[in-house]
Design a binder for this molecule. Structure first.
Ligand code: HAM
Length: 415
């Protein structure tokens, strides 16, 4: 019987895992260099954690199930709600700002396609306890820095602000309970339907026209021409700090509304155009969840990067990844030399040299072929003649050149 991999999931080969760990390590170092500390939460949570804010509709989009104790659980579709649950349960007394990051698998019942999976990895962070413009700017700068420093050449950063859109909607006489429906239409770029709905909500045609122009604003000054709210000044300060951190290359895009329901204030997205349809690499912004989960309200903001998409974007841009290599492959010439070969490989491994030894008792020619297939840099051939002289043969796998080396000098030669 053939059993296939479940739809929307992937296996990763040793070469792919090497690439993924290489990128992951770089990202972990960047988070740490910004003062963030890593956390981990469980892969499944109480279903309520995700329905509390988003409502029961979200169940359609996630993996929800009952366990043997009849508890309603869900595989996490993202990590913001779990990290805030963790914060409320155990970390509220920690000094602020609290800077937490995570790397973890997420599960969504999405329609699979390139860059969109049912199991995928997010790397992200949550900044708890501050909402100063400089804190917002540092967060955006961090997301941008991660994507640039892992080696992506072409990324596009866009920033929006939900508080300003909400103020505009309120000015048009729209009720708060109608916001969600309208925001959804903006999110999906269904502007014709948006216009129709606003008309049905008895918004004057001139105001609808103004709203459309407002959504197309690309500068703080232009926004000020439409509406006067403190959120615009703060947004302007965030932009100023972003420039001080060193990013000039961004767009203001009021059409960013984000898919999840907990956002407010400054929101942002980073795309990799090379990815086509699933080009969104990163999304984040300010949000509110702490009091919903029973904690004392504090400002919160964060972002998550689609790790799988970041790796695909690197590949598509032609990034040259390092290859996993073995420093030395030790080959006994015959079975009598096997124990000596093991002594040699032990000695190398003790000194942190990446070394392997023939475990199949095959002849020299076949072992050399294998050594080259695993990209060994050197082969160490252990033969009786040289062993008698306390030596081995070291073969450079690229040039084929062989030299006799005293065992006491081997470490130096292999390094
Ligand atoms: P999100 O925009 O839903 O935000 O997801 C973040 C990123 O995860 C996306 O930009 C995308 O790159 C990746 N992603 C989402 N779904 C899939 C999928 N099915 N397959 C592959 N990659 C995917 C959040 O999840 C928020 N929790 C981010 C955040 C953190 N906001 C505040 N703090």
């Amino acid at each position: 019987m053939n059993i296939n991999i479940p739809r929307g999931t992937r296996d990763f080969s040793p070469d792919e895992m090497f690439k993924r760990r290489y990128v992951e390590n770089k990202i972990r170092n960047i988070f740490q260099s910004f003062g963030y500390r890593e956390v981990q939460t469980p892969t499944f949570e109480h279903l309520e954690l995700f329905t509390l804010k988003s409502g029961e509709e979200i169940i359609e989009e996630i993996y929800a199930f009952k366990d043997k104790g009849n508890r309603d659980l869900a595989l996490r579709p993202e990590l913001t709600a779990p990290v805030i649950r963790f914060y409320v349960e155990k970390m509220q007394m920690e000094p602020k700002p609290l800077k937490l990051f995570y790397i973890g698998n997420c599960y969504r019942y999405d329609r699979p396609q390139k860059g969109r999976y049912r199991e995928f990895t997010q790397v992200g962070c949550e900044l708890i306890g501050t909402d100063t413009p400089e804190a917002q700017a540092e967060l955006v700068y961090l997301a941008y820095t991660i994507l640039k420093n892992i080696g992506l050449r072409n990324i596009v950063l866009r920033l929006g602000n939900l508080d300003i859109i909400y103020a505009f909607l309120e000015n048009m006489g729209i009720k708060k309970n109608q916001f969600r429906e309208l925001m959804h239409l903006i999110d999906k770029s269904r502007f014709y339907e948006l216009e129709k709905r606003l008309f049905e909500m008895r918004v004057a045609k001139s105001k609808i026209k103004m709203f459309k122009e407002f959504l197309n604003c690309t500068s703080i000054d232009k926004l000020k021409g439409f509406i006067e709210v403190p959120a615009i000044d703060k947004f302007g300060e965030v932009i100023d700090f972003l420039k001080i951190f060193g990013i000039d290359n961004f767009e203001i895009d009021m059409k960013i509304v984000r898919g999840l329901d907990y956002y407010k204030g400054v929101v942002f997205e980073i795309d990799a155009p090379i990815l086509g349809a699933e080009k969104q690499l990163c999304g984040g912004g300010e949000y509110e969840l702490v009091s919903l989960f029973g904690g004392k309200e504090v400002p919160t903001a964060g972002f998550a990067i689609g790790f799988d998409r970041a790796v695909i974007a690197l590949e598509e841009e032609g990034y040259v990844f390092p290859e996993q290599k073995i420093d030395a492959y030790v080959i006994p010439i015959n079975e009598k030399m096997l124990k000596n070969a093991i002594k040699i490989v032990n000695r190398l491994r003790e000194k942190n040299i990446v070394a392997d030894v023939d475990l199949m008792r095959r002849g020299l020619a076949k072992s050399l072929k294998y050594a080259s297939s695993i990209r060994a840099k050197k082969a160490i051939i252990v033969g009786p003649q040289e062993w008698g002289k306390e030596s081995v043969i070291v073969r450079d796998m690229d040039s084929g050149e062989q030299i006799e080396v005293k065992i006491k000098d081997l470490l130096f030669k292999v390094k």
